[in-house]
Design a binder for this molecule. Structure first.
Ligand code: ZN
Length: 398
């Protein structure tokens, strides 16, 4: 009697687990959709101009969820073959570690959050056990996946950690458009460190060069734009910022509350970036930058990277992207504009990564000059990295 019951329980459990495993795999596909599906056909003239451009994206989440970057897919947004089709030369790969089911207010013990869906995914996806309960362990695991992918594909990919890497990418692109693609590591949310500041040095040594203090919820470093309390930089946040500045890690203000952005702009010694999102002037949601911060970002010499997804644009065409950029350009100039797709960030983008030539087309159509399009599509970001990334120590020859 007993053995059939036990085996029935085991079969049910296995069935449940494989069901969850299947759903986790499918959720990546189901949450990253597009308005227009490819293949895309830009006019020949645009395509010829587009190919000359150095195209750099400031935010994509692909590796947070999958590590099959080199494989072409017919779903979600970003993989190496489609990014090649789109003419992308540099991708900023975000490492997000927490998507909480709920948020609650600050308490003396810190900011408490509900179940972390990324950890649920780690369990259901049968990732290493250390990933199941630690943001830091899972963050390191994602970083390792990215670095392994780069190491296994040296003719296709380059990990960007120093300004010389940008020079190399730019030179290679001049000689042969879209030769190697650069990947830059960015942490989305300081809670990856789990309160241990020494870990910042460790992830820096692994190659991380950009970090946002918050993700879409308040944490111990500061308040989020979509958070509950809208506070600014905390004491813990100040210590983190200080160490980021010493190491030269670029400050990302995407997802930060206006109060936090203000505090960061006062304290920052270097240009900051808003890696992905929109502005309230064209789309009035909490997630977007309010008008009164635009001038301050201009004064700081920072960049605002516009997203390609419907929610931050309040629209679902590439003309809406161009209109958002036009709004910012009129206020603070095109030299502060960049591209921050949020590919594979659980959003509905207008095209997938192979559709970038259509964006070039939309910008030209909306009156941006060729020089301005060149700057927006990657020139401005490349310039910032050339100044902000560390220089390689000269190799001493014997
Ligand atoms: Zn984000």
């Amino acid at each position: 009697m007993k053995i059939p019951v036990i085996s029935a329980v085991i079969i049910i459990l296995l069935g449940l687990m494989s069901g969850i495993y299947y759903m986790v795999g499918r959720s990546y596909e189901l949450t990253n959709t597009v308005v227009l599906s490819g293949p895309y056909q830009p006019p020949e003239q645009t395509q010829a101009f587009h190919q000359q451009l150095f195209i750099a994206d400031m935010h994509a989440d692909t590796f947070t969820f999958v590590d099959s970057f080199m494989q072409r897919k017919d779903y979600a947004h970003l993989d190496y073959p489609r990014a090649q089709d789109g003419g992308l030369n540099l991708l900023t790969m975000a490492i997000a570690t927490e998507v909480p089911l709920s948020m609650v207010k600050r308490s003396p013990e810190g900011v408490k959050r509900g179940t972390n869906l990324i950890q649920v995914g780690a369990i259901a996806g049968l990732e290493p056990i250390s990933n199941w309960s630690s943001n830091y362990a899972r963050g390191l695991w994602v970083i390792n996946n990215i670095k392994e992918t780069v190491a296994n594909n040296p003719n296709e990919l380059l990990l960007v950690t120093h300004r010389e890497d940008i020079t190399e990418l730019l030179m290679e692109h001049e000689l042969e458009p879209n030769k190697r693609m650069g990947l830059l590591l960015a942490v989305e949310g300081g809670h990856l460190l789990e309160g241990n500041l020494d870990r910042l040095d460790h992830v820096y040594n692994l190659g991380v060069r950009m970090l946002s203090l918050t993700h879409a919820f308040d944490n111990d470093y500061g308040g989020a734009s979509e958070g509950v309390e809208q506070y600014g930089l905390t004491e813990t946040g100040k210590a983190l910022l200080e160490r980021m500045t010493e190491l030269g890690i670029i400050i990302d203000i995407a997802h930060a509350s206006p109060a936090l952005v203000n505090d960061l702009l006062i304290e920052a010694k270097n240009p900051i970036v808003y890696s992905h999102g929109g502005v309230q002037g064209t789309c009035n949601i909490n997630r977007n930058l309010p008008d009164n911060l635009l001038g301050k970002i201009q004064a700081n010499g920072g960049l605002i990277a516009i997203g390609l997804w419907d929610r931050v644009l309040c629209g679902n065409t590439l003309n809406d992207v161009a209109a958002t950029m036009r709004y910012i350009a009129d206020k603070i100039g095109t030299e502060h504009l960049a591209l921050g797709s949020d590919f594979d960030g659980g959003v509905k983008t207008i095209t997938d990564s192979s559709g970038m030539p259509l964006l070039t087309e939309a910008l030209l159509k909306n009156g941006f000059s060729k020089a301005e399009v060149r700057a927006i599509m990657g020139g401005n970001y490349a310039n910032l990295l050339m100044k902000q990334l560390p220089a390689r120590e000269p190799q001493l020859s014997e």
